[in-house]
Design a protein around this ligand. Structure first.
Ligand code: DP6
Length: 361
């Protein structure tokens, strides 16, 4: 395995024909066992596993051409408009990748990106946008040098690069379920890139994730600042132990279709993430009153109906309502009758487990 991907051979020769374009659609993902706490450049303090989503995605295209003297090396448009804050982040990220993709210093890149979900929906876009960008960069490398012809090598490198942009983005490279971080329960698992995990009962390959948008406000704590809170959280080491055990327990539950255990772990992970934020210094309370009401209604409905419907949470107030495909009618009715009124402007994003990124020709 290549640990760093540094490669000073990837340099363009004079006269090489280098004009081209690449385009990828890459999805968001929702963690079941959460990544919360990291060391330098997104080395996770515990393994995590997620459902790859279908509807929530980013489409990114890059046109590349030889860089002319005095030309800006990147132009960037988000949904048809120049966005300086995104441009700065991308510029910093691409510069940090020069040792891996030295040819980037020789190219002009015209990058265009758009999301399938509204910007103010409270849906995190770093996983889909960083994975789409990483896939585009790997495609450019392969177009110019034919160095990533093997599918497995291509996606492993894309996941590694996506991780350098945002940890959770590493998991968006693989369809259905993806695991990231060393776990003795997952073959070939690594802290440096994610792996696809398909060793689960078919129920879990067709799960729904309907996101109740309780608030579309910008997050009050960035992920990076949030992860840093774990460095001084007195419960951190216990948390990492718990996550390692929850990996085993959730993998067992998905292999044997033990729904009761699956629900227990998924909700425990969501509550633990928020509990950790509440007892950090400074402390963050990211749930809103309607987040709690929504959680209580999901639990009450599960109890009275005996249906496997559950919630998870990201680092924000919105509630991800998870359920298997065979109860979709009952879930739709419950959401309509009991969840809709808790959302901001009746906003629910209906999503489900998807097949992963797609190259767009
Ligand atoms: C709560 O991947 O956004 O969604 O690596 O700093 O970019 P950075 O953080 P990010 O953290 C995601 C945290 C989470 C849980 C998860 O997706 O596993």
């Amino acid at each position: 395995m290549n640990n760093s991907y540094q490669n000073d051979q990837l340099v363009l020769k004079n006269g090489q024909d280098i004009n081209g374009s690449v385009k990828w659609q890459s999805p968001s993902n929702i963690a079941l066992v959460k990544y919360w706490g990291k060391r330098a450049i997104q080395i996770p303090n515990n393994p995590s596993i997620s459902f790859t989503l279908n509807e929530a995605h980013t489409i990114t295209s890059i046109e590349y051409s030889p860089l002319k003297p005095h030309q800006d090396w990147i132009t960037f448009e988000f949904e048809g408009k120049k966005e300086d804050s995104f441009l700065n982040r991308i510029e910093r990220f691409l510069k940090s990748l020069h040792p891996i993709f030295p040819f980037l210093q020789q190219l002009h890149l015209n990058i265009k990106s758009s999301n399938s979900f509204p910007h103010s929906s409270g849906i995190a876009s770093s996983a889909s946008s960083m994975s789409a960008l990483a896939l585009c960069l790997c495609s450019i490398e392969d177009n110019l040098f034919s160095t990533l012809q093997e599918k497995e090598a291509f996606f492993m490198k894309a996941s590694h690069i996506a991780r350098l942009g945002s940890g959770s983005a590493s998991r968006s490279i693989y369809g259905k379920l993806a695991a990231w971080g060393i776990s003795k329960y997952i073959d070939h698992s690594s802290d440096l890139h994610a792996v696809g995990h398909n060793d689960v009962h078919s129920t879990f390959k067709h799960f729904h994730d309907d996101v109740a948008i309780i608030s579309g406000d910008k997050k009050s704590v960035s992920s990076t600042a949030g992860h840093a809170l774990m460095d001084t959280n007195i419960y951190a080491s216990k948390r990492y132990e718990q996550a390692k055990m929850n990996m085993k327990r959730i993998l067992d539950s998905m292999a044997s279709n033990d729904m009761e255990q699956f629900i227990e772990i998924v909700e425990e992970e969501a509550m633990t993430l928020h509990a950790l934020m509440m007892c950090s210094n400074p402390s963050y309370m990211l749930m809103k009153p309607n987040t709690l009401t929504c959680i209580e209604r999901i639990r009450a409905f599960r109890k009275e109906s005996n249906l496997p419907i559950m919630f998870t949470l990201d680092a924000g107030p919105n509630v991800h309502i998870l359920y298997p495909d065979n109860i979709k009618e009952e879930a739709a009715q419950f959401i309509q009758e009991q969840v809709m009124e808790l959302t901001e402007n009746n906003r629910i994003i209906y999503d489900q487990v998807g097949d992963g990124p797609k190259m767009i020709k």
